[in-house]
Design a protein around this ligand. Structure first.
Ligand SMILES: Nc1ncnc2c1ncn2[C@@H]1O[C@H](COP(=O)(O)OP(=O)(O)O)[C@@H](O)[C@H]1O
Ligand SMILES: [Mg+2]
Length: 259
């Protein structure tokens, strides 16, 4: 196994009186995919907001490279190489693909009339970075809003990899996608892993998780109900956990027709 980049121990988070997360522990290793599964409201987004610096945690410890941290802003996480791609991709839809790729990190120093931007170079680098991650986009001058959801996720992942992320956090990247597009995103997760990144893959789809996951944490009402390495759990067990397990069994009895 790789070296843990992020380690959570006994992490909890309350929003006022609401306890969204309780006593959650997990590690994110370099070159490995940690899947966080759970139903709506399980605390998945809360967990990644803590790791990405959006919300400080209220209990427990978060360490990055062995140093305890309480992030005060997403910038602090990003500076440590922790990049997050959110569910609702916050990209500028009318901007070209390459401009989105370099958004906030534009190469400058070009000459008039290019307004100080090295446009040609940014286009070339974007094209190469997308190709390198196996992302097929016919024209990087297209407004990013005209791409499919899977392609937009791909651009965001390639962007994080290019700008040196060590940890990539993805919040339900396949939730709104069809089978083919989901497959493309799963390939990009594998590509990021193969480049040595630690990936945190949030999903409620056990099949998607099992295709790429090395480590699985299932959350339920803010607590971890399963924490297993790949060798310790089968897809069937994961699926049962995610479909409610015992609850489904009692529901089945309740719904059974009188014979
Ligand atoms: N900003 C917030 N303020 C108050 N409650 C919140 C906030 N964000 C999330 N919650 C609550 O915390 C719990 C976990 O939410 P969330 O982390 O979004 O779950 P998931 O992403 O697994 O659907 C839910 O009960 C949700 O209503
Ligand atoms: Mg969520």
């Amino acid at each position: 196994m790789g070296v843990p980049v992020i380690e959570l121990a006994g992490v909890g988070k309350s929003y006022g009186p609401i306890s969204a997360l309780r006593d959650v522990s997990l590690t994110v290793d370099a070159g490995s995919v940690t899947c966080v599964l759970g139903d709506n409201g399980a605390g998945k987004s809360t967990l990644i907001k803590i790791m990405s610096g959006l919300h400080p945690h209220s209990e427990g410890t978060l360490t990055v490279d062995g140093t305890a941290r309480v992030f005060g802003s997403p910038r602090e996480a990003l500076d440590l190489g922790i990049a997050t791609v959110y569910q609702d991709l916050a990209v500028a839809p009318l901007m070209e693909v390459w401009r989105n790729f370099f958004l906030g990190s534009e190469l400058t120093g070009g000459r008039f009339p290019f307004a100080g931007l090295r446009i040609k170079e940014m286009r070339r680098i974007t094209d190469a970075a997308l190709r390198d991650m196996g992302i097929e986009i016919d024209d990087i001058d297209r407004p990013i809003g005209t791409l499919s959801g899977g392609q937009r996720q791909g651009v965001a992942i390639a962007r994080a990899v290019h700008f040196g992320a060590r940890v990539l956090i993805l919040d339900e990247p396949t939730a709104a996608l069809g089978v083919k597009q989901s497959g493309a995103v799963l390939k990009q997760i594998a590509a990021a892993r193969d480049r040595g990144l630690g990936v945190v893959f949030i999903t409620h789809n056990p099949h998607h998780a099992y295709l790429v996951g090395d480590h699985f944490v299932v959350l339920k009402l803010g607590a971890a109900v399963l924490d297993a390495r790949r060798a310790e759990v089968t897809l069937e067990e994961l699926t049962l956990q995610m479909s409610g397990g015992d609850e489904l069994q009692s529901l089945s009895e309740e719904l059974s027709r009188p014979s």
